[in-house]
Each structure stands twice: as C-alpha cells, then as structure tokens.
Write a protein that binds this ligand. Sequence first.
Ligand code: NAD
Length: 363
Amino acid sequence: MTETLNVLLEDRSYPIHFNSEDGTLKATIDGLHQQNKACYLITDSNLHSIYSDYIENLGIPKTHIYTVPEGETSKSIEHYEKILSFLATHSANRDATIFAFGGGVIGDLAGFVAASYLRGIQFYQIPTSLLAMVDSSVGGKTGINLPEGKNLVGAFWQPQAVFINQKFLETLPRNQFSAGMAEVIKYGLIADKALFDQLASIGTMCFDNPSLPSIIRRCCEIKAEIVANDEKEIADTNGRALLNLGHTFGHAIENVAGYGDYLHGEAIAVGLNLACQLSELTYSTFNESDTEQTVQLLTENGLPTVLNYPLAIEALNNAISKDKKNRASGIRFVLMQSIGNAQTKEGIDEAIINALWKKVGAV
Ligand SMILES: NC(=O)c1ccc[n+]([C@@H]2O[C@H](COP(=O)([O-])OP(=O)(O)OC[C@H]3O[C@@H](n4cnc5c(N)ncnc54)[C@H](O)[C@@H]3O)[C@@H](O)[C@H]2O)c1
C-alpha cells in the first residue's frame, strides 16, 4: 500500500508517495491522458536501458520519451536547450506534463525544463537513486550547471508529486548507493539523533535492509519540514541552509578536484568529517567521540573521510569564498552543537579552516 507524506507549501503543496510500485504512478499518467494532457518522460541512457520495460508499461508514447547521456555533464545548457526544442517540436502546450525518471541529474534538469518551458508546466519526480529519493527530488530546487560552476542557473519549481519506489535501488551501483548514504547520515546529524543512532547500530546499509524504507521516509520528513519553513532559503539563520551541512567543504573539494573525481556524496562525506571537527572546536557540547562515531559510520558505508590525494588549501579556500550559498555578511558554515542539533555559524577564522584542511590531507 502506498503511504503518503505531504510537503506543505500552501498552493504548491504536494504528496510524496512511498512504496509506489502499486500502480499510483501509472494511475496518475492514465488520469492525465484521459484529460487529453500529453505526458513526456525524461531519463538518462543508463536508466532507459535498464528500465525500458518499466518505462514502456507506464503508457507514455515512445515519441514522448527523451533520453540524455548519463552523468553530471547532461545538466548543461546544451541538453536543456535540446529538451526545450524537443517539447516545442512536439507542440507541447501548457497542459503538457513532464515525468523526471532518474537520479538528481535528471530531476534537476527536467525540473528546470518544466520550470521554464512556456513559463512553467507541471512535472513529477520519480527518483531512482538513493540521493534523489532522500534529497534532490523533494524541495523544488531545479537547475543546470555552467562551465563556471555547478547549479549556477535554476529555479525553485515544486513538483506535483514525488513517487518513491525503493525497488529501483536494486540496480543502483554500490558507489552511488554509498554517495546517497552521505546525505542520509547528514539528516541524522542535522536534526535527528535517534536516526543517527539507528544508522550507527546498522553500520553498513544495504538496499534490502528492512529498515531502509522507514529511514528514507524519515529523511523526506526532515527535508519536507525544513523546506516548508524556508522554501527559498532566505532565513537569516538556520532554515533551509541547515541542509548544507558538510556542503561548504564538499563543494570546494568537488570544485578543486574537478567534477568527476569525487561523487557528490563522497565529497560531502569528507565535508561532514570537517564539519564535525569544526563543531568540536566551536562548541564544548560536541565531543571528539561524536566525530569518531560519524567518521566510523561514513567509513562503514564506503565513504571517504579524508582527501584521496592532496589538494591546495589556497584553491579550496578560494572555492569556498565563491560558494553561491555565501551571503554579504560572509561565509556561512553549518555546525552542530550536538548530533541532531545543527545551526548556521558565520565568522569562522580562516586559520582554523586551514588547520582543518591539513588534517584531511590538503597542502
Ligand atoms: N535539487 C536538489 O535539491 C539537489 C540536492 C542534492 C543533489 N542535487 C543534484 O543531484 C545530482 C546528483 O544526483 P545523483 O547522485 O542521483 O546522480 P545521477 O542522477 O547522475 O545518478 C547517478 C548515476 O546512477 C545511475 N542511476 C540512477 N539510478 C539508478 C538505478 N536505479 N539503477 C542503476 N543506475 C542508476 C545514473 O544513470 C547515474 O549514472 C547532482 O547534479 C546534484 O547537484 C540536487
């Protein structure tokens, strides 16, 4: 039976359907077709080949399916433009609806197409990676990359619904599953000590762990609550920015290493270690044992907690200073007073950051 959680955003509210293999998605598509609304599905080459039968059974005409190459490079102006032209060539009108079938790359790209085509059409998220299930499919951030940096162009555009079906995780490569676990662990660290303790007692998570469905749901609940309170990340303190725990460091690592050397979740894992260490230095209530437990959990889930090879501290700090999440008032870090209790913090001394970078192998 499908269970539902609602993301409460006034007239932009929507349900997240869990265990949705029972036909809820197909019924939604059938309903749109009955109203003569054209449905389009955007996916990537990996998913198209693995799930061709599944996609066919959804009942969307083959001519309405658009496939981009797998990977981050598809989140580009080039592919964005091609999809817009594809829709225009099919004379897609304002009743057209997009289904984003894939990981975070597809959700962000297809979502941004939906946000901008004819000034905005409806779209649905069907996340297939763990990262997309617990993070990118919920909350309405859509966008693409520029050669100058990640996610520099985009829009807040909420989906009509999110359909989560854990069965897709059976085919997700292990390193991609691990990358998603970095975000799962992040939710425990930000907002839920009980979730963190549960993850610590499980150790290495697998796609078929019986606790995984409720853990995915808990992550979505935390994200939905944070997004409902600060949809566009404009709160002066805390708010949606809390979801960036480990990301200020992680984005800098991705940027300096060059996109592709680390999966997003791998860079975030190193960032979580650094965020723990900075929390220790900032709050007497965050202990060395909290950092050790976090590092152990990340390691058990196949994630790095130090750099794979040395990166230059100057370049890393330069990347931090250009992070698009910075405010006029300075660089904002997310730290923890204790596990499960995060808050934003500005005014951290650069000498402290330099010392931390050295601890994870930067030079
Ligand atoms: N919008 C947001 O709020 C938000 C949040 C976090 C991350 N993101 C974005 O998400 C992207 C990363 O998402 P991702 O990690 O899902 O990457 P991804 O979409 O590139 O998927 C990772 C890889 O796994 C494959 N894959 C996905 N599901 C599969 C499945 N079920 N079986 C087999 N293979 C599968 C994909 O083809 C791809 O090769 C980044 O671009 C990041 O910026 C967005």
